[in-house]
Design a binder for this molecule. Structure first.
Ligand code: XMP
Length: 305
């Protein structure tokens, strides 16, 4: 466990030195990692920090509105890039290819937006587990392995690179960030794309977004899991009204974990699971079936792709 106060001092100094006189652009997703990065950088370089929120079209329901509200006091640039991301994902089915396509889009959108104010440095909230999983070839994190080689930034600053998630939360607390941010569940950079098996289409994203909203509504407050969500894992037969339908299969995943490296499924009472299933099939007509994922990590990962 790092010494939080010492870490904060060191990180601010590191950002200040790395940035020099340059403007620094960063992706502010509103998760704990990027929020901590933004808070550190704001202390280090003030308004030379240019935080950009990219709406990838793969965000959770209400997320963009929430970000605007939470960060209304800093000069946050909100970029609507949904069409661009969904376009890049068209026809892509391989999980690694999806991550690469998203990673590449992220960087390109940034390069474009960073050019406008003339920013040469990129600040990223990469944490330790992101790095070791990417370096070990397990998967490409959108903010590490997914980065194309030709980036136009002269410098990439990653002040959280040696921290685990729980350490980042401690730093968030010490920086005085709102509790909502400090304890926020992790949400993957590639967003809902890794919660849709196979090709990502606007229809699938809309279904998984709604199912995810219901899962969070039912589970977050009551169980305070480390992470919970819904994923779209396939198509199956169902019966709605008098008709047999070919509908989506939604998986609910809820886990406890220390740092995301290993995880255990939550022991949720059956009646709560039944209620989640009923809500999802009732509120989303195209869903035929809901299952609960009982697999720990390992052997399963937390996300589906
Ligand atoms: P997995 O699925 O590998 O996920 O067991 C472990 C934790 O990492 C999150 N995750 C990501 N976070 N970029 C991120 O910022 C990514 O590409 C990414 N992929 C997975 C996942 O939500 C879980 O908390």
């Amino acid at each position: 466990m790092v010494n939080t106060e010492k870490f904060i001092k060191k990180a601010i100094e590191e950002i200040r030195i790395a940035a020099g006189d340059e403007k620094v652009v960063m992706a502010l997703s509103g998760g704990v990692d990027s929020s901590v990065c933004a808070a550190l950088a704001a202390r280090a370089i003030g308004d030379r920090l240019i935080p950009i929120y990219i709406d990838t079209g793969l965000m959770r329901k209400g997320e963009t509105e929430r970000i605007k509200m939470l960060f209304g006091n800093i000069q946050l640039q909100v970029i609507d890039a949904g069409a661009e991301f969904l376009g890049a994902l068209k026809g892509v089915t391989d999980p690694e290819a999806k991550r690469k396509a998203i990673g590449e889009r992220f960087i390109r959108v940034f390069e474009r937006e960073a050019k406008k104010p003339g920013a040469k440095c990129l600040l990223q909230g990469t944490i330790y587990p992101d790095r070791i999983e990417s370096e070990g070839g397990i998967k490409s994190h959108h903010n590490v392995g997914g980065m194309p080689l030709i980036v136009e930034f002269t410098k990439v600053i990653e002040p959280l690179r040696d921290l685990y998630k729980d350490e980042v939360r401690d730093v968030a607390g010490a920086l005085g960030l709102p509790k909502e941010i400090q304890h926020r569940m992790p949400f993957p950079g590639p967003g809902l794309a890794v919660r849709v098996l196979g090709e990502v289409t606007p229809e699938k994203v809309a279904v998984v977004r709604e199912a995810n909203w219901i899962a969070e509504d039912e589970l977050v407050e009551k169980y305070q899991p480390w992470q919970c969500f819904a994923a779209l894992i396939g198509l199956g037969t169902g019966v709605k009204g008098d008709n047999r339908i070919h509908g989506w299969i939604v998986a609910i995943r809820a886990v406890n974990s220390r740092d995301g490296m290993t995880a255990d499924p939550l022991n949720i009472p059956f009646e709560d699971l039944i209620r989640i299933g009923s809500r999802i099939t009732a509120e989303i007509p195209s869903v035929a079936r809901v299952v609960y994922d009982i697999t720990p990590k390992p052997p399963a990962t937390i996300e589906y792709e």
